[in-house]
Design a protein around this ligand. Structure first.
Ligand code: N01
Length: 483
């Protein structure tokens, strides 16, 4: 016998916890949150590498309905963000709804009962509505290098940091130079014996301009909440104004000059500087914020390896120039399965096809949230809801309002199923496609994880978050409704 729940939310990260909070605030309590881990927090629970912090300012990287006057810094560290999600889950009454240690392995729509059949690691469930809050950056990805299984030393992914790893005084490689790597490198450089940083593409790096919030400021945030709301509004406007450059790459040339000056200022060795000089337009890949990345690379115990990786051998990594880098540990800072999320393989719609089969490597969804042929499935942080310029929490909250609209239709009008009209979805996807043309993400001359295997941007929302908030409203006429 399957246990039936009205709404099944999968994942207790920022989006899943946010969904649970908004449901409770709307008076909906018939829901369960399935979480594979043993605590809430999603990526902020899983990413525990040294230096892990948010690269969006905390007053903006937080729920609008739960300001946190206690943030210690502008860019808070991972532990504080995790603590914030935990506290929100507790204070808003979400925890009693969470089933920890429940991994959803399959979800199939049953057209006869009009329910989702869920197979979990702890037994079967059925649900009227399935809300996927698994996140876009939750499945670590390690390239399948030749010989990877033969390597005899320690190796782990940045998002699965090995607390017992012996790094002090050892020969360590970091592979990758994305947002994770540039936070890790400065924190381990002084501890390790030698650090080899494998760089395939030099990223754009700009100063982080972090600062602590003093006790006075924090007291002001808690006694006059308007002050923190004003700060959030200011940050919101500043980030949205960056969009002008992302949408008009020529503007980025000005910013590029500043970033190159920063590189010049921090790296004195002209040869190293040249190898750290990016060869694509600023903003095409995620811009990295760091004050200590370049200085760490200039230290004597660091080598920047810009040759590719040919294979792994028991002793270490052999690069494409044939040089063997002997290693005690490898840290894969190589990113995540984004356009091909593993969950897409196990969510099956009305025809029995999985999302992966329908998407064929290029995900699409109406308003980034619902997919034709997959009734009552709602994807949080779905296709084209990602951002390259501001806080994801803004998109998540806008999606949650849309979710409440869908649930209002189901619960208020005795509608059994809601799914987007395929024609409406196709037109929406075309608009997104057109909106992305000419932006730095598609025209900036880089290969980023924003683009899928077909070269399409299936990840980012190409306009302002305000435009998405306006757009993501439930409009009955756009959906096929079934009683
Ligand atoms: O992963 P990435 P990440 N050989 O995919 C390299 C968020 N985040 O974990 O640039 C050699 O960005 C790859 O090289 P290239 C944030 O949204 C946020 O760092 O493709 N190298 C790249 O350098 C971010 O964007 C925070 O040429 C290979 C790196 O691995 C997202 O997570 C902090 C390779 C992967 O970079 C992912 O960041 C951290 C190969 N075969 C992360 N394959 C915050 O502060 C890949 N690489 C909020």
């Amino acid at each position: 016998m399957s246990e039936h729940v009205h709404i099944a939310i999968v994942g207790a990260g920022f989006s899943g916890v946010g969904a649970a909070i908004r449901l409770r605030q709307a008076g909906i309590n018939d829901f369960v949150v399935f979480e594979r881990g043993e605590e809430v927090g999603g990526v902020w629970r899983d990413n525990r590498y040294p230096g892990c912090a948010c690269d969006v300012e905390s007053p903006l990287y937080s729920y609008s309905f739960a300001p946190n006057p206690a943030w210690s810094r502008m860019f808070s560290p991972q532990a504080e963000i995790l603590d914030y999600v935990r506290r929100c889950a507790g204070e808003f009454g979400v925890l009693p709804h969470v089933r920890f240690g429940h991994t959803i392995r399959e979800a199939a729509w049953d057209p006869v009962t009009k329910r989702w059949q869920l197979s979990s690691s702890r037994g079967p469930f059925t649900a009227d509505v399935l809300v996927a809050g698994m996140g876009a950056l939750s499945e670590p990805w390690v390239p399948g290098f030749r010989g990877i299984e033969r390597y005899a030393g320690q190796a782990f992914h940045s998002a699965r940091w090995d607390e017992d790893a012996q790094l002090d005084g050892r020969r360590v490689a970091v592979v990758g130079t994305g947002a994770s790597a540039i936070q890790i490198v400065p924190r381990i450089q002084a501890r390790v014996g030698h650090l080899s940083l494998f760089q395939r593409t030099a990223p754009w790096v700009v100063p982080r301009k972090d600062r602590a919030f003093g006790p006075l400021e924090r007291r002001l945030f808690s006694s006059v909440p308007l002050t923190q709301r004003l700060m959030r509004a200011g940050l919101y406007v500043r980030h949205e104004s960056l969009l002008l450059g992302f949408r008009n790459p020529w503007i980025m040339r000005v910013v590029q000059r500043q970033a190159l000056r920063y590189l010049h200022h921090q790296i004195k060795d002209p040869q190293l500087r040249e190898r750290l000089r990016p060869n694509f337009t600023f903003g095409c890949k995620r811009v990295l914020l760091s004050d200590d990345y370049y200085p760490a690379l200039a230290q004597d115990n660091v080598s920047l390896v810009s040759a590719g990786i040919r294979e792994l051998v028991p002793e270490g990594i052999v690069d494409t120039e044939g040089q063997l880098h002997e290693l005690d540990a490898i840290i894969w800072a190589t990113g995540f399965h984004v356009a091909n999320p593993p969950f897409a393989k196990y969510v099956r719609g009305r025809s029995g096809e999985s999302l992966a089969e329908v998407w064929r490597g290029s995900p699409t969804a109406h308003l980034g949230s619902m997919v034709a042929g997959f009734p009552n499935l709602f994807l949080l942080t779905g296709p084209n809801t990602g951002l390259g310029h501001t806080s994801m929490l803004l998109m998540i909250e806008a999606q949650l309002e849309l979710l409440l609209g869908v649930l209002g239709e189901i619960d208020g009008n005795d509608t059994a199923t809601v799914e987007p009209d395929p024609g409406v979805q196709a037109r929406y996807v075309q608009q997104i496609e057109r909106g992305g043309q000419g932006t730095v993400w598609t025209a900036g001359g880089c290969a980023s994880w924003y683009l899928d295997e077909t070269g399409r941007n299936s990840t980012l929302w190409p306009w302002s978050t305000h435009a998405y908030m306006r757009r993501a409203k439930f409009d009955r006429g756009d959906y096929l409704l079934d009683a």
